[in-house]
Design a protein around this ligand. Sequence first.
Ligand SMILES: [Zn+2]
Length: 192
Amino acid sequence: MKYLVFSDIPKVLHSSKTKKPFDKCVMCEKELLSENSYYFIEKAFNQNIQNGTKDVLFEYAICMDCHEKIAKDLSKESLERIKMYFDLYVDFDERDTILFNKRERIDFADWVSECVISKKNVAQLKEYQIAAMCYEDKVMYGSLPMAIGFEAADELQQLLSKETKDTIDRFQNYIFPPKVWDEIPSKRLIFI
Ligand SMILES: [Zn+2]
């Protein structure tokens, strides 16, 4: 992971409720735009492929401390399987080289234009999600940002152990409003 390049946080990563950058951790409510704050944003979209309109299926921002606490509860076995899965499909060094050299000024859209696993253009996907690492009011570029289509997200879920699924379920119940629990067809957080 390099994460040496930064850009402003694009609108697509803003909170759909406030239309502004996320400013609080979903778990501990810590200020995210403050000095020396590292955090992770994930957003999932449900898209009308015909006309390109999309709804936010879920979204959250979580500070690194809370992220680490949850990650600690994920089983070693699951993390190894997730790593193997990504290793199988993604050469992150090659991806970095291509994306960093694509244009003079970094463009967030380049990094989330296709599913990192299937390489399908997200414009062709009914559901997909994006994840990014942020520092204060900037996005950091390295292995993230990335987009993942629903098929790959489902495959990832199948690699998780029962205890890891339970941990993620607990977190998921916390971030999703109850009204969407039935609308999300399967568990699909990137969260790694
Ligand atoms: Zn937190």
